[in-house]
Write a protein that binds this ligand. Structure first.
Ligand SMILES: [Zn+2]
Length: 141
């Protein structure tokens, strides 16, 4: 694909990274935003992959604002529980791909998963309760 042309000024655009500030409920974060930029008028174009960078940063701000777990905290607790991402999605919830998405920051962690993980972090032995239910459920299907 040819390099895009600025929709505003018609100039060729250049690939680059520029700082942008995202805000959510009074919190803000600076993001190094990749994209195509026009040096004549400041217009920019962002691909889906570019947008993933700001989506992740925005999810992080939302997590902080709403008291939800951050990706690295989800990962820490899952590892403490000695679960793979797939096992965590099956036993704790969210489905087989959920923890992979939580831990990359692609998906915002729900309040329910946050609550479950906080409790399991405090009492890791309670995982056995969930594990036995997960097995029962599986056997019943
Ligand atoms: Zn332009």
């Amino acid at each position: 694909m040819a390099d895009p042309v600025c929709p505003e000024s018609g100039h060729p655009m250049n690939r680059g990274i520029r700082p942008v500030t995202l805000s959510y409920k009074g919190l803000s974060a600076n993001v190094e935003m990749p994209g195509w930029y026009c040096k004549h008028c400041g217009e920019s174009i962002h691909s889906g992959k570019d947008m993933a960078v700001s989506d992740k940063a925005l999810n992080r701000l939302k997590a902080e604002a709403e008291g939800l777990l951050l990706p690295e905290t989800v990962r820490r607790i899952r590892k403490r529980l000695k679960l793979t991402q797939k096992e965590a999605g099956r036993i704790i919830g969210g489905g087989p791909n959920a923890f992979q998405k939580y831990e990359t920051g692609e998906t915002l962690v729900s309040k329910a998963i946050t609550s479950a993980l906080i409790l399991l972090d405090k009492n890791p032995e309670d995982l056995e309760v969930l594990k036995s239910r997960a097995i029962d459920h599986h056997a019943a299907v």
